[in-house]
Write a protein that binds this ligand. Structure first.
Ligand SMILES: [Zn+2]
Length: 184
């Protein structure tokens, strides 16, 4: 059975299998992260919820005992569970369960390396498998350096320009461009 959800961002209608109700995913059209919170018995279009809105609701809310137990059961250490709020706990449960289901899960070694490289928690928890983790590691290795960012700011690069630059190589090329333009 398929249900219809409306993406709250692009307003297009998505056909969703009933078993996906209650889960999160990305809109096929605009890639916005949406939560399919709705009534599985309702065939007509229902409005999906932005994941960011759900997270905002769950932030700073305590984690129920049952969810704590699930996290511990999934092998998350107590000292990591203790400081979590509901949003963090739900994201971590999703992530750990995805790891269990995946044939090529993100490895513990990749996880600790990603933390060392300064990956954000949200980047880590969005990873689907070890290939994606390897790509993120690669990206982080070659991200623009703090020195480059500082230099780009001095050269007057806009926020949008900075956001576009994903690697050290791109940043270097852009710095060269800016310097060339300034010399003209
Ligand atoms: Zn959309």
């Amino acid at each position: 059975m398929t249900l219809q959800f409306i993406c709250p961002k692009c307003k297009r209608v998505l056909k969703i299998k009933a078993e996906y109700v209650g889960r999160t995913g990305r809109c096929n059209h605009c890639s916005e992260r949406i939560a399919l919170i709705g009534d599985p018995a309702e065939p007509g279009p229902q409005m999906a919820t932005l994941v960011s809105a759900v997270l905002e609701d769950e932030r700073h809310q305590p984690v129920p005992d049952e969810l704590c137990a699930r996290l511990l059961g999934l092998g998350v250490p107590q000292e990591q569970v203790d400081p979590m709020d509901l949003a963090e706990a739900n994201a971590r449960v999703d992530f750990e369960e995805r790891r269990l289901r995946n044939a090529k899960p993100v490895t513990d070694k990749q996880l600790s390396y990603l933390k060392k490289l300064g990956a954000r928690e949200s980047q880590i928890l969005a990873l689907g498998n070890r290939d994606e983790a390897a790509r993120l590691i690669e990206d982080l290795h070659v991200s623009p350096t703090p020195k480059q960012i500082h230099f780009l700011r001095e050269l007057g690069a806009s926020g949008a320009d900075m956001a576009r630059l994903r690697t050290k190589a791109e940043a270097a090329a852009f710095i060269e461009d800016l310097q060339r333009k300034m010399n003209v």
